[in-house]
Design a protein around this ligand. Structure first.
Ligand code: SAH
Length: 268
């Protein structure tokens, strides 16, 4: 019924409402952009999963809040598109909405069910940037990002990509590294990396970046299993590339660093 409302609006030209898919960054209010903040504050309706809605209570002052569950992304996208027929709707997504977030699904569904709807994607600080900043500068040159979630991508495909990436020696950032029920894929990925890269290759583990109780660990490929239990779905893992090295930051903190290549051209 609601879908026909947005469809009938399509027939009468652009709708009165709008939809913004907004990245809220890794968790702390300081890491949320000014554009994201103003979109959320000016919305009629804010929709998102519990975990993200709970990170931004300071931005609410009368907007209608619709909390939705993990795993219900298709329903959430359809609901947001439908409501945006005549309301300003913001869908919040963690980090950047275009990086394993809601932007793609929303655009794909809207193309079909509400092609005239005005949709804006507001970027956010993604976990790779947030974690990298806490570690030092591990991603200064080329790098790759892989999600280990096998809900939408078959496990064999993920392993094939990891195997290929390890052969080119660039840093790899692992999103969704391990869940309560899916632990063996991360073990396999570490084994694949060990076949291709030296045991001393730095590995960074950043849990809950820019959230209370964040953890930042710098270890190596040969020792990473010692911290395996700490890694969960709120963690991002950085496997260094062939040029990545440990960085001494201050007395009690190690970091990770990958040179951009200035040393090959300049003396400094
Ligand atoms: N759109 C999000 C990613 C969604 S996938 C982004 O751009 O960041 C969810 C995964 O992102 C988590 O399993 C974790 O690997 C990573 N992640 C998101 N926020 C994080 C944070 N604050 N600290 C560490 N990892 C995070």
């Amino acid at each position: 019924m609601e879908m026909s409302r947005s469809q009938s609006q399509n027939n009468t030209g652009p709708s009165a409402g709008s939809l913004a898919v907004v990245g809220i960054g890794p968790g702390s209010p300081e890491m949320l952009t000014i554009a994201a903040e103003s979109a959320i504050k000016n919305a009629d309706i804010v929709i998102g999963n519990d975990f993200y809605i709970n990170q931004i209570p300071h931005l609410f002052s009368g907007q209608e809040i619709i909390k939705s569950q993990m795993g219900k992304e298709v329903n959430r996208a359809e609901q947001a598109i439908t409501l945006a027929g005549d309301k300003h709707v913001v869908m919040v997504s963690g980090g950047d909405p275009g990086v394993y977030g809601m932007a793609g699904l929303v655009l794909e569904m809207a193309e079909r069910i509400a092609p005239d709807l005005k949709i804006e994607i507001i970027p956010g600080v993604t976990a790779a940037s947030a974690g990298a900043a806490l570690l030092g500068a591990p991603l200064t040159n080329d790098f790759a990002v892989i999600s280990l979630s096998d809900l939408l991508t078959p496990r064999e495909v993920i392993e094939k990509r990891i195997r290929a990436l390890c052969t080119v020696g660039i840093p790899i950032v692992l999103y969704n590294p391990k869940s309560r029920t899916r632990t063996s894929l991360l073990e396999d990925v570490i084994d694949i990396a060990k076949e291709q890269l030296p045991g001393e290759t730095p590995v960074g583990v950043v849990k809950d970046a820019y959230r209370p109780d964040s953890k930042i660990i710098v270890t190596t490929l040969k020792d990473v299993m010692d911290v395996f239990d700490i890694i969960d779905m709120h963690t991002v893992v950085f496997i260094g590339g062939e040029e990545t090295r440990m960085l001494r930051r201050h007395e009690d903190a190690r970091g990770m660093f990958t040179p951009r290549g200035y040393h090959r051209k300049y003396v400094y």
